[in-house]
Design a binder for this molecule. Structure first.
Ligand code: PMT
Length: 398
């Protein structure tokens, strides 16, 4: 499973260091070439010999050990690694890397790395919640470093809270996920719309819908993970965009239309996940509309249909749309696929539990231009996103 992969495990000084022994053992059993770097404090908890006996490689504990190999080792291991896992990661190592300090073999190797670096924090709950530690984690995460959430429960120091070292099994699953990532979108450019649009009525009111942006953001994230250049045109949502995407925030359907039409030509794949309002107010009041009478009527006019406009000009680009339905799912979705000249439509019945707006899962059917369809069971929006990207590649090749 991990044959041919080089994993560097950085062990820091914390009581959870002994659990890193099992982590190294599991990685080794899966076929990885495992190298261990221990900090000076880590060796106070576990003897380097324990790791050496399991990983069958020298364990590095000191940069200046004789024979003095550090100047090549920190570069060679950093270049050789497919992944560096810092487990347990103390507040100290997180702070050092966030602050750009490289004063021992582990911090130096992390600084010189080309590979992804996964931190597995384990520390007292108050330390973990400390705004300085959280600030360092956020800074590193925004730079592309990966973090596993610690478990919650009883800790060695006697307190109960968030900061426990996750099970070695869970860490290995995470590692497998990172190392098995495909890079089949390298060189491809994908434009994704996400979230709702807001159509103003007056300065304080608008017409919108329940889209949270989760489905569209999942597509953007999956494409980034697989190596694509991603532009995410997003309506107003409360979730954080995946790091690495070019993000353009818009409000109304017209804003979204303008942004998409301005740049679609330079993209290979267009995935329209946004729940775009079909209508906007014929006129928007400049001041807040005052309450009067028992009825109030708003006149609406049609918005441009972004997906339909793209369908007219798409050329060889792959165009994927979504269809949010409450009835006649397949018939309605098939009509949209044809009328908007899409290559594939992802139909979801938004009345079904676990599907559609706001939730972390979706239940979708793919309908393709050739009439074929694929029914998927309930799955996370991330997994749906990857299945969409798999299909897009097969359409592109077809
Ligand atoms: O954001 P989440 O909370 O995760 O919810 C996900 C979702 C339910 C929003 C998503 O799964 C979904 O179904 N998105 C499409 C919603 C929708 O507006 O569907 P529609 O059937 O009205 O539109 C059909 C297609 O045309 C869509 O690709 C839509 O982006 C596009 N469209 C629609 C109207 C318009 N004026 N311009 C468009 O581009």
């Amino acid at each position: 499973m991990l044959k041919g992969k080089t994993v560097v495990v950085g062990v820091c000084g914390g009581i959870a260091a002994y659990k890193a022994v099992e982590l190294v053992s599991r990685l080794k059993k899966l076929g990885a070439d495992v190298h261990v770097i221990m900090t000076a404090n880590a060796v106070k908890f576990v003897a380097p010999l324990t790791f050496r006996s399991i990983c069958h490689n020298p364990v590095i504990t000191d940069m200046f050990e004789e024979p003095k190999m550090w100047d090549i080792q920190h570069v060679s291991l950093a270049q050789k690694a497919d992944l560096i896992v810092v487990a347990p990661a103390t507040a100290n190592i997180i702070g050092k890397v966030a602050g750009g300090i490289a004063d021992d073999m582990l911090s130096t190797t992390i600084m010189a790395a080309n590979s992804p670096v996964l931190f597995v924090p384990a520390m007292n709950d108050k330390m973990y919640e400390n705004p300085i530690v959280q600030g360092n984690i956020n800074r590193l995460a925004s730079l592309g470093y990966l973090f596993m959430e610690p478990d919650t429960g009883l800790m060695a120091c006697g307190t109960n809270g968030k900061g426990r070292f996750p099970s070695p099994e869970a860490i290995v699953d995470y590692v497998k996920g990172i190392l098995s990532k495909k890079s089949d979108y390298e060189g491809l450019r994908i434009l994704v719309t996400a979230g709702p649009t807001r159509e103003p009525i007056d300065p304080v009111r608008y017409i919108s819908n329940h889209s949270s942006g989760k489905m569209g953001y999942a597509v953007a994230k999956a494409a980034l993970e697989r190596g694509a250049f991603v532009k995410l045109v997003t309506g107003p949502v409360n979730i954080t965009p995946p790091s690495g995407a070019e993000v353009v925030c818009v409000t109304s359907a017209i804003d979204m239309y303008n942004e998409v039409m301005k740049s679609y030509e330079s993209f290979d794949v267009l995935v329209m996940v946004a729940a775009v309002a079909d209508y906007r107010c014929a006129s928007v009041s400049e001041s807040k509309i005052k309450k009067s009478g028992d009825r109030f009527t708003v006149e609406l006019v049609k918005n441009p249909d972004i997906a339909a406009e793209l369908g007219k000009v798409k050329g060889d680009r792959v165009l994927v749309g979504f269809s949010a339905e409450t009835d006649n799912l397949l018939e309605n979705a098939a009509l949209k696929l044809a009328s908007k000249n899409m290559d594939m439509i992802v139909a979801n019945d938004v009345t079904v539990e676990g599907a559609g707006f706001g939730v972390d899962t979706n239940i979708v059917k793919f309908i393709k231009r050739d009439g074929s369809s694929i029914d998927l069971p309930i799955m996370s929006k991330e997994d749906v996103a990857h299945r969409i990207l798999d299909e897009v590649l097969s359409i592109g090749k077809g």
